[in-house]
Design a protein around this ligand. Structure first.
Ligand code: PXG
Ligand code: PLP
Length: 448
C-alpha cells in the first residue's frame, strides 16, 4: 500500500486523499498537487486555504446561474424540509409534471414529452434506447444502427461511449461497445477554418457522409443520429453554416431520428434555451442536463416529439409502455432546483445576457492569439476553445501548465489535453469577463 497522503482542509476537518477515486482525473498528480474547493458563490470559488478563484468553466459547463444562487438555494432547502422522495414508478408528484411542461414549452415545436434522468450520460443512453424502441414500435425493427460523430461526447455509459467519438473514452472497452455504430466525420478542419468567429463558413457538406452510411448499410437500417449541436468536450467545435440543416434534411429523407445532445448547449450556453433555437434546426429528441438545475442537484432530461411518445401508447392501459427508468427520475429535490433555475433564467433574462456578452467574449478570446503558441481559437455563445500547439515531446503538458499557472493566478480553467475550454457562468459581468481574459492572458504568457 502506498503512503497515505493527508491534507489539512481547515480547522473542522483533516482528511486523507486516498479513498476517493476521482473521475476523469490524473489521480496521482492530484494527490501531489491537491486543489480543494470548499465554497462557491456567483462566479467565484473559495479554496481550502482561503483563496478566491474566478470560475471560467461554470463548474463543468453547468453552473449557468452562478454558484449558490440564493433563489435556487432557498427552493432546495424548502423542498428538502417538506418532501424528500416518493416511489418514482407508478407514483408521481405535481412539481415533476409542471417541470415537464416548462421544458416542453422551452423546447421547439412539438418536442412535448419529457423523460427525467439524473445525468447527461443517462439522458444520452435513454435517448438512444427510446430511438431504437420507437423504430421497432412503428414497424421499422430493421433500424438497429446508431450513428454518432467523431470527437462527440455523450457521457460515460456504454451507449454514450459507443456513439461517442473520443478515443480515450473507448479504448479500454473494445469488447463492450454497442454493435452497429458508425461515426460521421467531425467538422473541425483547421486548414479551412482556423480562428473563425462564430460558425465557420466551410463544412456543411460534411453532413453528406450520412448518405454514404445509408448507401453502405442499405435504407431502413439506421435508427438515429446523435450529435451535439456544438461539440463541447471534443474541444468546442462549432457547426459550419448549413451543416445542421443538411443533417436534418438527410435524417428526414431517410426516416432517421435526429437527436441533439444539448447537455452543454442547453439553458443559455449559446444564448438561447437550446442550441436548436440558436441554429434554427429542430431535432426529434433533445438530451439535456447540467444547466437544467444550474448544477445545484444532478438532473437530466430527454425531450421527445409528441409523435414518438404516442407510438408507445398502445396495448392494455394497465401495461408499462417503456421498460426503462431510474429510481430518481424526477427526484423532488432536483425538480425543485430545476424550477428555481428556470425561474432565475427567466427573471434575470440570462439567455439574453449571454447573447449580449457574446461580442465581448468573442473579441477577447480571439485577442489571445499572440499570447502563446496557439493553433486555433473558436467561439459560439459563451463557449470557446483554444488549441495550444502540443509540445511534440509531451502532448498535454502545455495544457496542464496553463491550468496550473491560471490556478496560481486565481482562475480555474478547464483544459483537456492541450485544448482550453471556456464556458463562464451566464451571470458573469463584462468587468469579470475582462478579469477572466486578463488572468488567462497572464497564464498563457509564460508558455513557450
Ligand atoms: N452529453 C454531453 C454533450 C455532455 O457534454 C454528457 C452527455 C454527460 O453528462 P454527465 O452529467 O453524465 O457528465 C456531457 C457531459 C468537459 C466535460 O470538461 C464535459 C462533460 C462532463 C464532464 C466534463 O469537457 N459533459
Ligand atoms: N443496481 C441495483 C442492485 C438496483 O436495485 C438498482 C435500482 O433499483 C439499480 C442498480 C439502478 O439504480 P438507479 O435506479 O438509481 O439507476
Amino acid at each position: 500500500m502506498s503512503t497515505q497522503r493527508t491534507l489539512d482542509v481547515g480547522p473542522e476537518a483533516a482528511g486523507s486523499l486516498d479513498a476517493y477515486w476521482m473521475p476523469f482525473t490524473a489521480n496521482r498528480w492530484f494527490r501531489d498537487h491537491p486543489k480543494l474547493i470548499t465554497g462557491a458563490r456567483g462566479v467565484r470559488y473559495t479554496t481550502s486555504d482561503g483563496r478566491e478563484l474566478l470560475d471560467s468553466a461554470a463548474g463543468l459547463w453547468c453552473s449557468n446561474a452562478g454558484h449558490c444562487h440564493p433563489h435556487i438555494v432557498e427552493a432546495v432547502q424548502r423542498q428538502a424540509a417538506s418532501f424528500d422522495y416518493a416511489m418514482s414508478f407508478q407514483l408521481g408528484h405535481p412539481e415533476a409534471f409542471r417541470l415537464a411542461e416548462r421544458l416542453a414549452a422551452l423546447a421547439p415545436d412539438d418536442l412535448d414529452r419529457v423523460f427525467f434522468t439524473n445525468s447527461g450520460s443517462e439522458a444520452a443512453d435513454t435517448a438512444l434506447k427510446i430511438a431504437l424502441a420507437w423504430q421497432r414500435q412503428r414497424g421499422e425493427g430493421g433500424r438497429t444502427r446508431l450513428v454518432g460523430r467523431e470527437r462527440g461526447y455523450h457521457g460515460a455509459g456504454f451507449g454514450g461511449i459507443s456513439v461517442g467519438g473520443l478515443g480515450n473514452n473507448r479504448k479500454a472497452w473494445p469488447s463492450a461497445l454497442l454493435a452497429g455504430v458508425d461515426h460521421l466525420p467531425h467538422t473541425h478542419d483547421p486548414a479551412r477554418m482556423a480562428f473563425s468567429r462564430g460558425q465557420p463558413e466551410w463544412g456543411a457538406q460534411l453532413a453528406d457522409d450520412l448518405e454514404r452510411l445509408v448507401a453502405l448499410h442499405g435504407p431502413g437500417t439506421i435508427a438515429a443520429v446523435i450529435v451535439e449541436p456544438a461539440a463541447g468536450s471534443g474541444g468546442v467545435i462549432v457547426p459550419p453554416v448549413g451543416y445542421l440543416q443538411r443533417l436534418r434534411e438527410l435524417c428526414t429523407e431517410h426516416g432517421i431520428l435526429l437527436i441533439f445532445d444539448e447537455v452543454i448547449t442547453g439553458f443559455g450556453r449559446v444564448g438561447h434555451g437550446f442550441g436548436a433555437e440558436r441554429f434554427g434546426v429542430t431535432p426529434d429528441i433533445i438530451c439535456c442536463a447540467k444547466g437544467l438545475t444550474s448544477a445545484m442537484v444532478p438532473m437530466g432530461a430527454v425531450i421527445v416529439r409528441e409523435e414518438i411518445f404516442e407510438a408507445f401508447m398502445t396495448g392494455p392501459a394497465h401495461a408499462v409502455e417503456l421498460f426503462h427508468g431510474y429510481t430518481y427520475s424526477g427526484h423532488p429535490l432536483a425538480t425543485a432546483a430545476a424550477h428555481a433555475a428556470l425561474d432565475v433564467y427567466e427573471t434575470e433574462d440570462l439567455f439574453a445576457q449571454a447573447r449580449d456578452l457574446e461580442a465581448q467574449f468573442e473579441a477577447r478570446i480571439h485577442g489571445l492569439k499572440q499570447r502563446a503558441p496557439i493553433t486555433d481559437i473558436r467561439n459560439i455563445g459563451l463557449m470557446g476553445g483554444i488549441d495550444l500547439e502540443p509540445d511534440p515531446d509531451a502532448p498535454g503538458a502545455r495544457g496542464m501548465m496553463v491550468f496550473e499557472r491560471a490556478f496560481e493566478r486565481g482562475l480555474v480553467v478547464r483544459t483537456s489535453g492541450d485544448t482550453i475550454a471556456l464556458s463562464p457562468p451566464l451571470v458573469i459581468t463584462p468587468r469579470e469577463l475582462d478579469e477572466l481574459f486578463d488572468l488567462l492572458g497572464e497564464a498563457l504568457d509564460g508558455i513557450d
